[in-house]
Design a protein around this ligand. Sequence first.
Ligand code: COA
Length: 669
Amino acid sequence: MAGEVKTITVVGAGTMGHGIAELAAIAGFKVYLADINMDILNNALQRIRWSLEKLAEKGRIRESVETVMSRITPIVSVRDGEYSEDLAKALSESDFMIEAIPEKLELKQQLFAFADKHAKETAILASNTSSLPITEIAAATSRPEKVVGMHFFNPPVLMPLVEVVKGEKTSEETVAATVDLAKKMGKQTVVVKKDVPGFIVNRILGRLMESACLLVERGEYTVVQVDATAKYLLGLPMGVFELADYSGIDVFYYVFEAMSRRGFRSAKCSIFEEKFKAGEYGVKAGKGIYSYPAPNKYVKPNIPREEAKVDPLLLMALPINEAAWLLREDVATREDIDKAVKLGLGWPKGVFEYADEFGLDRVVEALERIKRDFGVDHAEPDPLLKKMVEEGRIGRKAGKGFYEYGEVEEKKMETLLVRVEKPIAWIVLNRPDKLNAISPKMIMELSQALDELEERSDVRAVILTGAGRAFSAGADVTAFAQVTPIDILRFSRKFQELTLKIQFYTKPVIVAIKGYALGGGLELAMSGDIRIASEDAMLGQPEINLGFIPGAGGTQRLARLAGPARAKELIMTGDMIPASDAEKMGIVNRVVPPELLEQEARSLALKLAEKPPIALAAAKYAIDFGLESNIWAGLQLEASLFSVLFSTEDVIEGVTAFLEKRKPKFKGR
Ligand code: COA
């Protein structure tokens, strides 16, 4: 077992091999690093030394560079076309072999046959292959139960994940020992229970790239629009084409070619193929999908946020379908599949978490659309997705999907709908036939609903939106007939109190605006913390046309958001402006296509729900109170709130999690 692993032979000292040897040496193992000649080995040793020095500078290794280097013995593996005595001897001393030679089955089988002959009987023989079947490599040995895949990511020293791959005959003990070794090397692992081409990460990445390509080649989108969507709407660390350039189009080309040779079906896409044939591999060539100043000279491509115009579901539907297949075929567990994309691809959320947020009903629709519009047969929704939709397990909005979210609670009031999807809540203005006109009753109920949600520690963020085609067309004008000034004063004060309650609410309030946000509707919206509007939203303060002025904070908050001159123009003309203008004026934070409004608001609320609640409230107060005082008072308030936060458990959690390189779990204490 790995508990007894002392010596490791790494065969292949290239990009992957040298990094794996470095990791093993850092972890304290005695390492033989083998390759076909001394030049390659010397080069590898130099790269290892350079990398260790970097790690030492950052305080990330405890021992000296020399101590770590002293554990690595280079050996020439081949002499006169035969495997060498030195390699045989190294293997006979080793408890583990990790192979990282070129991706040719025949070569690997020869090496494994040799290793089988010379390695200790108890030794495990692992391959770092990304594209060849472990079962076939294992077939060259008399110990297939001890042959396993150990798929590192490039560069091994920095990438946190290892896919541990079971061949048909690999034993559970071997898997456990390999997982254990990877952990000792500082890596996290996922177990790939069936040896499918591309394992988990490359299959899901393959689908993402396929989708990106289809959207450009058969859809009507540009490369930049697809990449902006991946970055800004899905939150991926890079655009899809940007990533291809960065890692090398040739690398992906070979990986996907090997996968398709083994039966991974994907749509033909000429973008990557043409770049590959032209030798435009990306950053390394100075030219790929994007252009760079010179070969190996990396400058971030220009991918503006405004270009994020693709429905993100169209990018994510095929990866989700692939993940559903992996799960249904029992290739990996739900948790491991999500862990694999987070650690292997740097996604902020697991692929199933995305699915649950989109809603599986919408995922299935998107897949059918891709199948029909782009002519992609294998976009047929996986039976697992269809079954889950039939059973109503469609994700967060149902309280259950791939994960359980607890019951969705829905409460209907006379003028509102309150939905709790822990850890977030929706307050929906619900007089759609009156364009959600704000009546005195609605003001009362809003105040009551906010109070109730404020009490609940399982609600961390609130979204305010409207049912039907509008957010709200304003205060209910019918309530204004035959009223005295004193009645209106009371109405105005009550409405203002409501906006203050929202402004100083202890949880973030996101306002999702579609259609009209007029008069009191806009005033209500402006009291929230962050406003997202759909492209069809129309905003305005039309009170002047009725003979009066805004009475629920409009003259104050609009002037603060857009400046006094713009506020005067809007209030004095009573004109409506489209969402895009409101965004330019700073009245809304951003504008999204109508079909994405709900999704965007939900993702943002979920993101905020993971932040430390007390610090969120402190941020609101420091900004809002500070703005209304002078800068000295504001700064003092900031310093006071800043220091008070250091009495919370959440600060300890935040700092500890950072140091332990894990995601913090804030509790609001
Ligand atoms: N108060 C009360 N009822 C309102 C309302 C308001 N502020 N805004 C819209 N409604 C009602 C309409 O009376 C109509 O009800 P009905 O079907 O019983 O007649 C319903 O909502 C739909 O409105 P409608 O005018 O038919 O829709 P539209 O798409 O043609 O026009 C607006 C939409 C928003 C341009 C128009 O309704 C409007 O100008 N509303 C008043 C906006 C305003 O001045 N707000 C400030 C008040 S302080």
